[in-house]
Design a protein around this ligand. Structure first.
Ligand SMILES: [Zn+2]
Ligand SMILES: [Zn+2]
Length: 213
């Protein structure tokens, strides 16, 4: 499988940025360029990868804080993809000012994620799954060939994303996990926005907030 994944845990709330690449072509994307864009860029350059895409699971400031520094160093600019229901949050600098963080949100999103959309990265294909609850425009990115799902702040190892921030909805979050995560094969690796990776099967058995049916 040509998909390579580098996890970098960065920023004031230790957010996982995932640098993913089709290692045969060198085409790379950053799923949630959380913070310290120069560090993410250096990891790509070290491997000879070209960052052509920035894909956001959602627009919270701690998931997009590194975007501007990455984009500033690249020509052509990376294409930014976000679900339109999170555009309001993106324009509000990801809600950062409420926490004392005034980030530069970087280039404007130009690709609207929609449920079922396919994103290509060289030979690798990712399916966009719409998963509101933590934010209104949250999505996860599932790569069936690699058996991995980048799940942002929807679900964590033994946890779930908070729903007390603007636009949060606990019932939507539970429904998203049941319909879009627990329907994936049990062995699917879940790569979350915070904390260690887990699997669908492990969470169905042990997640205290959303048990498997
Ligand atoms: Zn978040
Ligand atoms: Zn987060």
């Amino acid at each position: 499988m040509p998909l390579e994944i580098v996890r970098l845990t960065l920023g004031p709330v230790q957010t996982n940025a995932y640098l993913v690449a089709d290692s045969t072509s060198g085409d790379a994307a950053v799923i949630d360029p959380s913070w310290d864009g120069a560090l993410i860029l250096a990891e790509a350059q070290k491997r000879g990868w070209r960052i052509a895409h920035l894909w956001y699971t959602h627009a919270h400031f701690d998931h997009i804080g590194g975007a501007a520094a990455i984009a500033d160093a690249l020509n052509p600019l990376p294409l930014v993809a976000l679900h339109p229901a999170d555009h309001v949050l993106w324009r509000a600098a990801g809600g950062g000012p409420a926490f004392g963080f005034n980030i530069d949100p970087g280039p404007e999103p130009s690709i609207d994620f929609v449920q079922g959309m396919r994103m290509r990265l060289g030979k690798a294909e990712f399916e966009v799954r719409y998963t509101p609850g933590h934010t209104p425009g949250h999505v996860v990115l599932y790569c069936a060939d690699a058996g991995v799902c980048f799940c942002g702040d929807l679900i964590f190892a033994n946890g779930v994303g908070r729903v007390d921030l603007p636009g949060g909805d606990v019932q939507a979050l539970i429904d998203s996990i049941h319909n879009q995560i627990y329907t994936l094969p049990d062995e699917t690796r879940l790569l979350p926005g915070h904390g260690p990776e887990t699997t669908v099967g492990e969470e169905k058995v042990s997640n205290p907030f959303v048990p498997g049916l």
